[in-house]
Design a protein around this ligand. Structure first.
Ligand SMILES: [Zn+2]
Length: 183
């Protein structure tokens, strides 16, 4: 048994199948990422709570969440002068499957958040992110119900692409249209 495993056993809330070497400790839940955002806001999930899933982002995902806040959410909040509500943040593989997220969803990496902002439509929120020219890799007006935004990867900054889409539901299937549409 390693020293780290022994420490892990003293943590009452950790499930036996968690990986102590890569998994963030429970104390990170209250960690402040930037002045207006903390880790907990990105881990809230009705589905996870209902199914008894515990979300435990690793340190790589936590780093990405911090970058998402610093580079996208804080400047956006300052521009809109309104609080940002995160309706879906970090997802484990299991949670992503349950909410039928895309297989390579940026939510799995801690790089994406679904957000709503009181007083603004999702279209307006998406539009502002694009207008501010923030370093996003994806902005999607999803069904006119929320804005999905993903921060660019911290790798290879010269090849970044900025994808701007509108998701529409037709006969139970999701279709993506290029650009932002006020649906
Ligand atoms: Zn999303």
């Amino acid at each position: 048994m390693t020293e780290e495993n022994q420490q892990e056993q003293q943590q009452p809330a950790v499930t036996p199948q968690s990986k102590p070497d890569k998994t963030a400790k429970p104390s990170v839940y209250n960690q402040q990422l930037t002045p207006n955002f903390n880790v907990k806001e990105f881990l809230f999930s009705d589905t996870a709570a209902r199914r008894g899933l515990k979300l435990q982002p690793d340190y790589y995902a936590l780093d990405n969440l911090k970058r998402l806040c610093e580079l996208i959410l804080e400047p956006l909040r300052a521009s809109l002068k309104a609080p940002i509500v995160i309706t879906s943040g970090y997802r484990s593989q299991e949670l992503n499957r349950m909410v039928r997220g895309a297989r390579h969803s940026k939510h799995l990496l801690g790089r994406a958040a679904d957000i709503v902002v009181p007083g603004y439509t999702p279209y307006q929120v998406c539009k502002r992110i694009v207008e501010l020219d923030l370093p996003f890799s994806e902005v999607i007006n999803e069904f006119g119900r929320w804005c999905h935004v993903a921060v660019q990867s911290d790798k290879a900054p010269s090849v970044f692409e900025k994808q701007v889409l509108t998701a529409i539901s037709q006969s139970g299937l999701t279709h993506y249209r290029t650009g932002l549409h006020d649906i």
